[in-house]
Design a protein around this ligand. Sequence first.
Ligand SMILES: Cc1cc2nc3c(=O)[nH]c(=O)nc-3n(C[C@H](O)[C@H](O)[C@H](O)COP(=O)(O)O)c2cc1C
Length: 182
Amino acid sequence: MYHEARGSEALGFLATKPLVFITTLHATGVVNAGVFGAYTNLSAEHVGAAVCVESHTYANILRQKEFVINVPGADLVKSIAVIADDVPPDKSEVEEAGLTLKPGVSLDTPSIAECAASVEFAFDREVHIGYHGFLIGKALGGWIKEEFRDVDGKIDIFKAAVMKDFKYPRPLYVLPGRIVEG
Ligand SMILES: Cc1cc2nc3c(=O)[nH]c(=O)nc-3n(C[C@H](O)[C@H](O)[C@H](O)COP(=O)(O)O)c2cc1C
């Protein structure tokens, strides 16, 4: 079962800013996906991601003015290399990885059904820095699988087994360990 959220409530699904798959649309309608670790929240509604200007993700976001951030659990660790691969625009990394598209809640861009959660964004603006565009989006809503929703309505990062990259570009990832109270 999926829980759907409206607006900035969905930003709780990106708690701890784990490694994500960003889905976008090519001009042909083929769904592109890439792996991204360099992103952060900027306000109660905005998130910015550092996206290489040569990537399909970059061109697609600037053209379509929308993108979806999908949060994979560790069960999808083998998909990371496939999603990060540079495949031609007539092919979808999502299909190559054997994953399933889920229609967008408020956007044309689909999400990835096997992920724990996803958040939909309207492109807001770009800050250009070297080989990366820092692409800022405003959260429109999203979904989370019920079993990964914690008591605060955010993602339970332990149950969802979200990942962070470790010693990139080595294919090593870390999972949340323990909580310490400050
Ligand atoms: C663990 C990991 C993290 C990555 N993080 C980023 C990132 O934050 N920004 C970026 O531009 N590329 C990042 N990449 C590289 C992109 O996923 C890769 O360039 C991909 O081909 C982009 O796909 P696209 O051309 O279909 O958009 C990362 C790759 C991996 C494996």
